[in-house]
Design a protein around this ligand. Structure first.
Ligand SMILES: Nc1ncnc2c1ncn2[C@@H]1O[C@H](COP(=O)(O)OP(=O)(O)OP(=O)(O)O)[C@@H](O)[C@H]1O
Ligand SMILES: [Mg+2]
Length: 444
């Protein structure tokens, strides 16, 4: 089943929070700029007005010879140029933005309504103020940047600091929300794999809602573990108790039934009952497992040696040499036997009645891939997921009397206890294919 692609919760929360915070930073910046533009324009206008007034006073109270050196000093030291204004000067007035409007109004209020303000005269850029002394017209030319505060740069620094902090905060919040969910999903996976111990969640977290969820989850897990344990104990108890009367029954049948055919049938039935009880005991066995690094090929060979004698089985083995795995050899043999047993039962070719089984093992992405497949009819796709459910049996199996539906549940349980995974699927050319991944051991 294809999983729906999507943004992880972390990124979704992060992007939303980041957009929200950045949006609000930009809105605030704009608001502050608006609020600050009028006072700034007025302050600039005042400075310009006093410069013009000082220049006017200096021009008025000096003679024309002194004026030359005065203008030179002003130009050199203050970058202020005073020059006569001609009627045919080409004037480009200020851009009509908010700050300029505030500034023009303030300058006109201070220097008189006829004051001219331009940003370029005869193609020379600058801040140009036209003023009159008696009948003479003058330009005062200076540099606009003298009055503008280094605002743009400061704003930019603050803005980027705020943006960085916002992104950092958004990441922190997203992580805070995401973390408990991630822990919960991990714990749920552990429970699904039957590891009730590792699924314990922290019951001391500060956030009360998350604490409540964690406590609830832990109680639920404990209950599930108890149910699972009770079931295993009950199954083991019943099976164990059945064994003694069954052994007695077998003996009594041998001794007291005279009809050979009836005796054989009864012996078969008793053997079948015995096999079922063994499966129950296998399933209910407590989960102790001893992993050790071993060579894979001999374990499999040992297990196949008895199965090779069966006429309805045709076994083909392909194991990469020198493969070392971390396994419990007895449990691994139980896994292989169960799978081959199934292949012999359900994986026979329709025409020959022989089950061809291929067992292969190779290294793959630092794990061991052990594959057991047959060439039978396989399993309908919609049933694949249920195969490892205890007591599940397929249509074909139900008509036959033998089988408990525990084989694959046992396989799944053993593989996951050995730290591996089991995947069941239909091979493209037909037949059930079991892919088992196990841990590789370092070859010493
Ligand atoms: N190789 C296979 N080919 C087709 N169907 C299979 C194969 N292996 C298993 N199945 C189906 O999966 C079902 C479950 O298998 P499982 O081994 O768990 O139980 P079982 O074989 O019926 O009983 P048990 O193994 O406990 O004696 C089987 O009943 C069968 O329908
Ligand atoms: Mg089986």
């Amino acid at each position: 089943m294809a999983t729906k692609p999507g943004l992880s919760l972390f990124w979704r929360t992060f992007v939303l929070l980041a957009l929200l915070l950045l949006g609000s930073v930009i809105a605030w910046t704009q608001t502050l700029r608006e609020l600050e533009s009028e006072p700034r324009a007025i302050q600039t206008a005042r400075q310009i007005a006093s410069l013009v007034n000082l220049s006017r006073a200096a021009v008025m109270h000096t003679d024309s010879i002194t004026q030359v050196s005065l203008f030179k000093t002003m130009k050199d030291q203050e970058h202020v140029v005073i020059m006569p204004r001609e009627p045919n000067d080409v004037v480009q007035t200020l851009k009509n933005d908010e700050i300029n409007r505030y500034m023009t109004d303030e300058l006109k209020a201070r220097l008189g309504p006829t004051t001219l303000i331009a940003e370029q005269v005869n193609g020379v850029p600058g801040l140009w103020i036209g003023f009159d002394i008696n009948r003479d017209h003058f330009w005062l030319q200076t540099d606009r940047s003298r009055f503008d505060q280094p605002a743009a740069k400061t704003w930019l620094i603050w803005l980027s600091t705020a943006a960085t902090l916002s992104l950092f905060g958004a990441a922190l919040m997203a992580r805070l929300i995401n973390r408990p969910l991630k822990d919960l999903s991990f714990a749920a996976r552990q429970v699904r794999e039957g590891d009730f111990e590792a699924s314990r969640l922290d019951e001391t977290v500060t956030t009360s809602e998350i604490r409540a969820v964690n406590i609830g989850f832990n109680r639920m897990t404990q209950k599930l573990a108890k149910i699972e344990e009770d079931r295993a104990v009950m199954l083991a108890g019943i099976s164990h108790d059945l064994r003694t009367p069954l052994a007695r029954l077998r003996l009594e049948t041998e001794l007291s039934v005279n009809d050979v055919e009836a005796r054989e049938n009864m012996a078969n039935d008793i053997a079948q009952l015995d096999a079922i009880i063994n499966k129950f005991l296998d399933y209910a066995r407590p989960g102790q497992i001893n992993l050790s690094p071993l060579a894979l090929a001999p374990i499999i060979e040992l297990c196949l040696s008895t199965l090779r004698k069966r006429p309805e089985l045709e076994l083909k083995v392909a194991i990469e040499p020198k493969l070392m795995v971390l396994v419990d050899p007895v449990e691994l043999q139980r896994v292989i036997t169960n799978l081959i047993e199934n292949a012999a039962r359900y994986g026979q070719s329709a025409n020959t009645g022989i089950a061809r089984v291929e067992i292969s093992a190779r290294r793959m992405d630092n794990t061991l891939l052990l594959r057991v497949r047959d060439h039978g009819p396989g399993v309908p796709e919609d049933q694949l997921k249920q195969l490892t459910t205890p007591f599940f049996r397929g249509e074909a199996a139900r008509t036959a009397a033998n089988g408990t539906g525990l084989g694959l549940a046992i396989v799944q349980k053993i593989v996951s206890r050995m730290g591996g995974t089991l995947e069941l699927g239909n091979a493209s050319s037909g037949g059930l294919c079991a892919n088992i991944r196990l841990q590789l051991a370092e070859a010493s």
